[in-house]
Design a protein around this ligand. Structure first.
Ligand code: EPZ
Length: 426
């Protein structure tokens, strides 16, 4: 496929209104949960991004039918008759591992290729396995394929996760809904997307309580009592945070719509600490800045801590702030690759293990840069909008995984931005 490149002219400002899409990191799991519904589930506010297409392919391979109608997906899983998710799909999108829990919850077995790592880290799944084994699942790794069985059925249990892993919490949750008896997940992930998933499972007849807190409790119900439902995905808090950083960079005012401000409390706190004014309403957030950007220290942590998925975007803000900011990445072991690309635009960043010391500079210079992961790519485009001169951002496949119409939305906010084929630059 012909590579495309984003060309963006600098010294522009982003202002106005933009509506965020549904949350990628919820919609993917809601799609997996539809396996438990054994009929037609209708999902609204599903973003038009490549990861959703890949998850649709995973479900189709299992025997489901997925029909897209704009931002609505109709997923019929009545005819799902396979438990196999092959490497060719898992290798394209590691979030395919999210079908493990619902397949076990419905069939008591699953065969899912072991996901590999990615640019930002090893992305192990040991906690998924420990949690599911506590529910009675037996695993065997057979030539890279994870073979799950439940020789004595699924039984409720009490699990204490050693780290509040989002994926492990979700897989356990989707298996535990049909386990015999009571399950408690302690030190569970508290991300808003977990609550969204639990709300959908409960609409399907499950009995989940405490989602969004670190103690989730599930009363198992017979599979036969679970049924399809109609559900609307929550807004994407990381997309919203990305646009808010764009507004903070150039002063705004910029308003994001379709997002619950409670999802972004820590990011809003840090924007205010950096000198921004932030106003919020029921489903919108406005950012503006008149004065200089102040430096800030950030520690990425599981929710409600500062989200790792906004780390690159805030490093960009810090790169243009006065004084020195220290950003500590505690969630992934290799999520500073963005810094190297930002330094090519003139940023002053020193990396020391999982700390980034960012000394503010008064401007960045446009340059050819490459996306290393989805959030770094989005941040590089924002850097190009405020830098001097022209920036070309390469490897757009990362951005397309998680940002619907990123170029169109930025253009509507005032960016001078276009997407061209790489050949046209030669
Ligand atoms: C989800 O990944 C998101 N992806 C990530 O978003 C997000 O950064 C992450 O949660 C943290 O919020 C999706 O939801 C599809 P974790 P996930 O399990 O579930 C380690 C984006 O940009 N770990 O909480 O994989 C793991 O290696 C993406 O949208 C284990 O060691 O996150 C990582 O270092 C990037 N063993 C840390 O925990 C395990 O069994 C957090 O992982 C599981 C995780």
């Amino acid at each position: 496929m012909n590579q495309e490149v984003i060309i963006v002219r600098g010294n522009h400002t982003l202002k106005g209104d933009v509506r965020v899409s549904g949350a990628k990191n919820s919609a993917l799991k809601l799609m997996a949960a539809s396996i438990l519904g054994q009929g037609e589930t209708i999902l609204h506010n599903v973003p038009l991004i490549s990861d959703i297409e890949l998850m649709s392919e995973v479900l189709a391979r299992l025997g489901a039918t997925v029909v897209r109608e704009g931002h609505t997906l109709r997923i019929n899983t009545a005819d799902v008759d396979s438990c196999e998710t092959p490497y060719e799909l898992v290798s394209k999108m590691r979030a395919s591992i999210s079908v493990l829990g619902p397949l076990i919850g419905r069939f008591g077995e699953a065969r899912v290729a072991m996901p590999g790592g990615c640019q930002i880290g090893a992305r192990k799944i040991d906690m998924h396995l420990v949690g599911l084994e506590a529910l009675g699942v037996a695993f065997d790794v057979d030539h890279g394929v994870l073979a799950a069985t439940t020789p004595n059925g699924l039984r409720g249990t009490h699990v204490y996760l050693e780290f509040p892993s989002v994926g492990a919490t979700e897989n356990m949750l989707m298996a535990a809904v049909t386990a015999e008896g009571h399950t408690a997940i302690e030190n569970a992930a508290c991300e808003p997307e977990i609550e969204d998933l639990a709300n959908m499972l409960n609409a399907m007849g499950a009995r989940v309580s405490g989602a969004g807190t670190s103690l989730i409790e599930i009363e198992g119900v017979p599979l036969s009592t679970l049924h399809p439902c109609e559900h609307t995905t929550v807004g994407d808090r990381i997309e919203a945070g990305t646009f808010l950083v764009g507004g903070a960079l150039s002063g705004g005012p910029l308003t994001v719509h379709g997002i619950d401000p409670a999802f972004l409390r820590m990011a809003i706190m840090k924007l205010r600490a950096m000198g921004c004014d932030v106003e919020t309403g029921d489903d919108w957030i406005t950012v503006r800045r008149e004065g200089p950007l102040s430096s800030v220290d950030i520690q990425t942590l599981p929710h409600p801590g500062f989200p790792t998925d906004l780390q690159a975007q805030f490093m960009l803000l810090a790169a243009l702030a006065d004084d020195v900011s220290v950003i500590t990445e505690n969630v992934f072991e290799n999520r500073f690759m963005f810094a190297a690309e930002l330094m090519r635009m003139g940023a002053d960043v020193t990396l020391d293990d999982h700390h980034a010391i960012v000394r503010g500079v008064d401007h960045l210079e446009g340059a050819p840069v490459s996306s290393t992961d989805l959030r770094a790519g989005a941040a590089l485009v924002l850097a190009g909008i405020v830098a001097d001169g022209e920036t070309s951002v390469h490897h757009l496949e990362h951005i397309d995984r998680g940002y619907e119409d990123y170029v169109g939305k930025l253009a509507s906010l005032g960016a001078d931005i276009r997407r061209v084929s790489a050949d046209s630059l030669r």
